[in-house]
Design a protein around this ligand. Structure first.
Ligand code: NAD
Ligand code: UDP
Ligand code: UDP
Length: 319
């Protein structure tokens, strides 16, 4: 039966980005089905939505078929931080590939629009800078990051083949490093590591010499990008880069966080993980032109909100 509200499925909806997206969609009067197998998340991130009449939480692993009736699908399910996706690499590839096939099959049957959370990792350790969508990438197919990078690349292939073969309405977002409240304190990502270390007065761990760069986008800017991409005309399939082009080295990030937290933590150096990209910056010309989107939240403002969130977790003994 058709309802008055748009029915939206968010896979990985209990995760960092998924939970923020669910909250935004519920606030916009959508009926949200949040699917998650709680591989890297708990119910905490969506606890405020539980009990809302337009929100439903389903424990389900998307490597298995799923039969629900929806109008739109945001496919976010996948462990995203290197320590999580390398913990069980076979499951990571299964989630990206089998998960994409199931969600595309669901989209095909229900004629739903489907958005894939792809990643800047499809560019691997890039030779071209900044990275635009026309660059095909440089990924080591047999290294420890490959389960994630190649899984996401194969998912993109599937999206475009379902589009060409079955006329599915697809949207592929290539997401660059995103941070903000809702991040897991222990998933090893750089922003969470540095903030928690700084707040606890523990040494801040720079991998390698800290000269490698990343470009960090605040979570609310990213969610705005998702929603705009989903609402864009059918001919806009992507891939489309979403991220903040302001690039900085990990050493600069550590200094910023030390200053904003007022911490006296020392900087210590640890070995650089294998295949760690040396630089990364999105070219967001396409997103600007096609979606009228660009990030709005300056790094310091976003970091302050994130620090506030982690202070809350620490005070409750959760980090
Ligand atoms: P996250 O780990 O917080 O969220 C992922 C969610 O997916 C978790 O809740 C996890 O339990 C769930 N999940 C994992 N495997 C599943 C499965 N088989 N079935 C159902 N649920 C499953 O990560 P995030 O940062 O919120 O990332 C969300 C998406 O965005 C991911 O697809 C990730 O690859 C992509 N992405 C994120 C970033 C970033 O910087 N945060 C950058 C690039 C791409
Ligand atoms: N699928 C699903 N939900 C649906 C429809 C399909 O999970 O509502 C799964 C189904 O299990 C199948 C996959 O999606 O394995 C791909 O579906 P498709 O129709 O493309 O392929 P087929 O069913 O012909 O193998
Ligand atoms: N990094 C670091 N110290 C940490 C965690 C990460 O120097 O405690 C580095 C990591 O080597 C990488 C960058 O920070 O160069 C971003 O790492 P993250 O895992 O957050 O994301 P990704 O490598 O997937 O971009």
């Amino acid at each position: 039966m058709k309802t008055l509200h748009k029915r939206v499925l968010v896979t990985g909806g209990a995760g960092f980005l998924g939970s923020r997206l669910c909250a935004r969609l519920v606030a916009e009067d959508c009926e949200v089905i949040c699917v998650d197998n709680f591989y890297t998340a708990t119910k905490d991130n969506v606890s405020q939505l539980l009990g809302h009449p337009h929100f439903e939480l389903m424990r389900h692993d998307i490597t298995f078929p799923l039969y629900v009736e929806v109008d739109e699908i945001y496919n976010l399910a996948c462990p995203a931080s290197p320590i999580h996706y390398q913990f069980d690499p076979v499951q990571t590839t299964k989630t990206s590939v089998h998960g994409a096939i199931n969600m595309l099959g669901l989209a095909k049957r229900t004629k739903a629009r489907i958005l894939q959370a792809s990643t800047s990792e499809v560019y691997g350790d890039p030779e071209c800078h900044p990275q635009s969508e026309t660059y095909w990438g440089r990924v080591n197919p047999i290294g420890p990051r490959a389960c994630y990078d190649e899984g996401k690349r194969c998912a993109e292939t599937l999206f475009f083949d379902y589009h060409r073969q079955h006329r599915l309405e697809i949207k592929v977002a290539r997401i660059f490093n995103t941070y903000g409240p809702g991040m897991h304190p222990n998933d090893g990502r750089v922003v969470s590591n540095f903030i928690v270390q700084a707040l606890k007065g523990e040494p801040i761990t720079l991998y390698g010499d800290g000269s490698q760069t990343r470009s960090f986008c605040f979570v609310d800017d990213m969610i705005e990008g998702f929603v705009r991409l989903m609402a864009s005309p059918a001919e806009i399939t992507g891939p489309i880069n979403l991220g903040n082009p302001i690039e900085l080295s990990m050493r600069q990030l550590a200094e910023r966080i030390r200053e904003l937290t007022g911490s006296r933590s020392e900087l210590v150096y640890r070995p650089l993980p294998q295949d760690d990209p040396t630089q990364r910056q999105p070219d967001i010309t396409r997103a600007r032109e096609l979606l009228g989107w660009e990030p709005r939240v300056p790094l310091d403002d976003g970091l302050k909100q994130t620090i506030f969130y982690f202070e809350g977790l620490l005070s409750r003994g959760l980090a």
